[in-house]
Design a protein around this ligand. Structure first.
Ligand SMILES: C[S@@+](CC[C@H](N)C(=O)[O-])C[C@H]1O[C@@H](n2cnc3c(N)ncnc32)[C@H](O)[C@@H]1O
Length: 205
């Protein structure tokens, strides 16, 4: 099964509020985004947004330029259906973040919750970082949440890479400055404890 087929199957066979990473609202992401005091026209991308309600909450907060990218067409369709007419004001991109062609120097904020940690191969991670460097504006922000070192080794049945902030810093390289980090305990709808690591980086150049 390809990685795309894996995610299609996940979203075709589970209700959005029954998947392991489900949270009614991504409170930490929302709090951190609010703290950035971005212009409401800032270009925001939610990488691997899936069926998360972050886009709903950002629209409700008045953000007008939101892109949701995901590998799964089904996840995007479910999210669009939930948003109804508000979906028309969002840019939807179906693609793999390690290969998709993103606009150059475009985004003010790149948000990723529980996507980067699935890239267990260094080459995939390198392609992700290359896309990030291509698409994020200088001084742009990265809010990234991955499994932390104490989290289980798998998520959605797939092996994950677990991170400390130091390790993320090393992978992202010298163009990113760590501004904030925080652990967040997530309990899946099935009762499994997963410790996430949230980091806010700012691009320096
Ligand atoms: C664990 S879910 C997290 C969803 C959402 N970010 C959240 O916090 O609710 C991972 C998401 O990333 C997507 N995904 C996995 N690998 C991807 C890739 N290489 N490129 C784009 N999306 C990917 C999956 O389809 C899925 O929607």
């Amino acid at each position: 099964m390809t990685i795309r087929e894996h995610w299609e199957k996940v979203y075709k066979t589970n209700l959005p509020d029954k998947v392991g990473w489900y949270k009614p609202h991504l409170e930490t992401s929302l709090k951190w985004i609010k703290a950035l005091s971005l212009d409401k026209d800032a270009n925001i991308i939610d990488v691997g947004g899936g069926t998360s309600t972050l886009v709903d909450d950002l629209l409700a907060d008045g953000y007008r330029s939101i892109t949701v990218l995901d590998l799964s067409q089904t996840a995007l369709a479910l999210t669009k259906r939930r948003l109804r007419e508000r979906a028309a004001s969002v840019i939807w991109l179906e693609g793999d973040i390690t290969s998709v062609d993103l606009p150059t120097c475009h985004y003010d904020l790149w948000h990723d919750r529980a996507v980067f940690h699935f890239l267990t191969d260094p080459e995939q991670r390198q392609r992700y970082v290359e896309n990030l460097l291509k698409a994020l504006k200088p001084a742009g922000h990265l809010i990234i949440a991955t499994f932390s070192l104490e989290a289980p080794p798998k998520c959605s049945g797939l092996r994950v890479q677990r991170y400390s902030a130091d390790k993320l810093e090393r992978i992202l390289g010298s163009e990113f400055l760590l501004k904030k980090k925080e652990k967040e305990l997530h309990i899946t709808p099935g009762g499994v404890k997963q410790m996430y690591l949230y980091c806010h980086f700012q691009r320096t150049a």
